[in-house]
Design a protein. Structure first.
Length: 328
C-alpha cells in the first residue's frame, strides 16, 4: 500500500460542538469533543474500515471530511487539495468526486420524489447530464445497482430497506465519484440483506475503481470488506493496521475487547476463548478523561495513563497504536 497514491489525507482533524445555554443571552458552557485529533490516509482504490462503539465519532468524522460539518481545526486533503480552505463554487466542484451513502435508507430518500428524480437530482444540480442523456444515465445506474429500470417511476415507500439502500448507492454513483464514504450503510438492514449490499459495494469498487471509507460497528463485516482498519474510541484513533494484522494481533486493550466479543462459528473455539469484559460506561464526550481516553475502562491502566495522552505510534510496519503500555 505504501507505493499507492494517497487519495485522502486527514491531518489532526478536530470537531467540537459548542454547548450553549440561555434563550436571549446565550453563553458558551462547554463543548462536545466529537472528533479530537484524528489522522489517517486512504489510498486510491482501497477500503479503510472505521470501527468503534456508537457515539465514538465515526459518523462525525465522515461528515467533517466532506465538509458537511466544518472542522474546529485540522486539515483534510483530497487529491492534494485542502478541503478545509475551500468554500463556495470551488468546494461544490470538488464535492462531485466525493459522495456519501447514509445509514438510514428510510430517512435519506425524499418520500415526495420519484426514484428517477432522486437519482437525477445531483446530476441536475451539477449540470453533468441533461435531457435524454439524463434519463439514460438514471436507468443505467438502476441497472448498475441491481434494480429493475421499471422502478424509476415509483416512490421510496414502495421499496424494502435493501432496495432503498441500493437507490442511495445509485445516487452516490451519479456523479462518477472517486471516494465514497459509507456511513454504516448496512446497520439498518436485515442480516439476510447486509451481505448482498456489501457484495454489491465490492463489485462496484472493482468495476468503477472506487475508494471507500467504510464506517461500521460490525467487526466481522469490516473484516470482510476492508483492506485496513482504524479503531475509534471517544473521538480518537486507538489503533490502526492492515486487516490481517489487526485481527491477528490486536495491541490496544479496547481493540482486544471489541474482537473478543465477535462470535466465532466454532463451538469448541468459542468455549475456550477468553473474553475481555469492559466495566463501566463510555465517558461523556463533554468531559473526557485526562490522559488516555480509555483508561477509565481499561483492565491494565496504570498511573501514567492518567498523566499524559498517548500518541498514535508505529509499533511495527503499518501498525499504529495509541497506548503507553502496548508492545509486540
Amino acid at each position: 500500500m505504501a507505493e499507492q497514491e494517497v487519495l485522502l489525507k486527514v491531518d489532526r482533524l478536530v470537531k467540537y460542538f459548542p454547548i450553549m445555554q440561555g434563550f436571549v443571552f446565550k453563553s458558551h458552557k462547554g463543548d462536545v469533543h466529537a472528533v479530537d485529533d484524528v489522522s489517517f490516509d486512504i489510498f486510491s482504490g482501497e477500503t479503510l474500515g472505521l470501527v468503534g462503539e456508537s457515539g465514538c465519532g465515526k459518523s462525525t468524522t465522515g461528515r467533517t471530511i466532506l465538509q458537511l460539518y466544518r472542522p474546529t481545526s485540522g486539515n483534510v486533503y483530497f487529491k492534494g487539495e485542502n478541503l478545509t480552505k475551500m468554500k463556495g463554487e470551488s468546494l461544490r466542484k470538488t464535492r462531485k468526486k466525493m459522495q456519501m451513502i447514509f445509514q438510514d435508507p428510510y430517512a435519506s430518500l425524499n418520500p415526495r420524489m420519484k426514484i428517477s428524480d432522486i437519482i437525477a437530482e445531483p446530476m441536475i444540480i451539477h449540470r453533468t447530464y441533461q435531457g435524454k442523456e439524463l434519463k439514460t444515465r438514471v436507468l443505467h445506474l438502476l441497472e448498475l445497482v441491481g434494480l429493475n429500470t421499471a422502478f424509476a417511476s415509483r416512490y421510496p415507500h414502495e421499496f424494502s430497506g435493501g432496495q432503498r439502500q441500493r437507490i442511495g448507492i445509485a445516487r452516490a454513483l451519479a456523479l462518477d465519484p472517486d471516494l465514497i464514504i459509507c456511513d454504516e450503510p448496512i446497520a439498518a438492514l436485515d442480516v439476510s440483506v447486509q451481505a448482498q449490499v456489501v457484495n454489491l459495494l465490492e463489485d462496484l469498487q472493482r468495476e468503477l475503481k472506487l475508494t471507500y471509507l467504510f464506517i461500521a460497528h460490525d467487526l466481522s463485516m469490516v473484516k470482510h470488506i476492508s483492506n485496513r482498519v482504524a479503531v475509534m474510541y471517544l473521538g480518537i484513533i486507538a489503533e490502526k493496521a492492515s486487516r490481517e494484522e489487526l485481527y491477528k494481533n490486536p495491541l490496544h486493550p479496547y481493540t482486544q475487547a471489541l474482537l473478543s466479543a465477535v462470535p466465532i462459528p466454532d463451538p469448541v473455539a468459542e468455549e475456550k476463548r477468553r473474553r475481555t469484559i469492559l466495566e463501566g460506561d463510555v465517558p461523556s464526550p463533554v468531559d473526557p478523561p485526562s490522559g488516555c481516553r480509555f483508561r477509565t475502562r481499561c483492565p491494565i491502566a496504570q498511573a501514567v495513563c492518567a498523566e499524559s495522552r498517548p500518541e498514535l505510534r508505529e509499533i511495527s510496519p503499518g501498525h499504529f497504536v495509541a497506548c503507553h503500555l502496548a508492545k509486540l
